[in-house]
Write a protein that binds this ligand. Structure first.
Ligand SMILES: [Zn+2]
Length: 155
C-alpha cells in the first residue's frame, strides 16, 4: 500500500515553523496565528482598535503586500477631484477600512480582493447578499470609485 504525502506548507508568520492549516489573504498560517490575526481584525473593525495594537497582523502585513500585485492609477471622482492612488496594491479586503458588517458580507459573497469590487457594476454589487445601500456607499468611499450601471442607455 502506498500513500502519497505532499510536503505540508509551513506557517508564514515570522519564525513560526508550525504546519499551515489556514490562509489569511492567501498567506498560509497555522491555526494559532490565523486565529490571533482574525481576532485582532475583528476587534479592529468593531472598536477601531489602533493599528499598532494589531501586532500579529502587522507582522504579516508586509508579507501580504509582497504577494499582491501593485498598480498605479488615478481615480477621477464624480466631483472632478482626482484622487491619486499611486502604488495601490490589489489589497485583500482585510487590509481595507471596512466596517465589520460590510467586511463580513463581502467575505460571505466570496470577495477577497479590492479588484473584485472594482470590476463590479452597480447591479452586481447591490445584488450581493447583505450588501445594502450603506455598504455600497462605504465601498465606493473606501476605494474612491463609483459603481456604474451595467447597461448604459442606448442613445
Ligand atoms: Zn504560526
Amino acid at each position: 500500500m502506498t500513500t502519497m504525502f505532499s510536503t505540508p506548507k509551513l506557517c508564514s508568520y515570522p519564525e513560526c515553523k508550525a504546519v499551515a492549516k489556514k490562509t489569511w489573504a492567501l498567506l498560509p498560517l497555522c491555526y494559532g496565528h490565523h486565529d490571533t490575526i482574525r481576532l485582532e481584525t475583528l476587534k479592529y473593525y468593531a472598536n477601531r482598535m489602533p493599528y499598532d495594537h494589531r501586532q500579529h497582523y502587522l507582522q504579516i502585513a508586509r508579507l501580504i503586500k509582497r504577494i499582491t500585485p501593485f498598480y498605479a492609477q488615478s481615480v477621477k471622482k464624480s466631483d472632478g477631484v482626482v484622487k491619486k492612488t499611486n502604488e495601490m496594491p490589489n489589497r485583500p479586503i482585510e487590509a481595507l477600512d471596512f466596517t465589520i458588517k460590510t467586511y463580513a458580507a463581502l467575505k460571505r459573497n466570496g470577495i477577497n480582493f479590492e479588484n473584485e469590487l472594482r470590476k463590479k457594476s452597480y447591479e452586481e454589487i447591490t445584488s450581493l447578499r447583505n450588501i445594502g445601500r450603506k455598504s455600497v456607499e462605504e465601498i465606493e468611499e473606501t476605494l474612491g470609485i463609483e459603481f456604474k450601471p451595467a447597461k448604459e442607455d442606448a442613445k
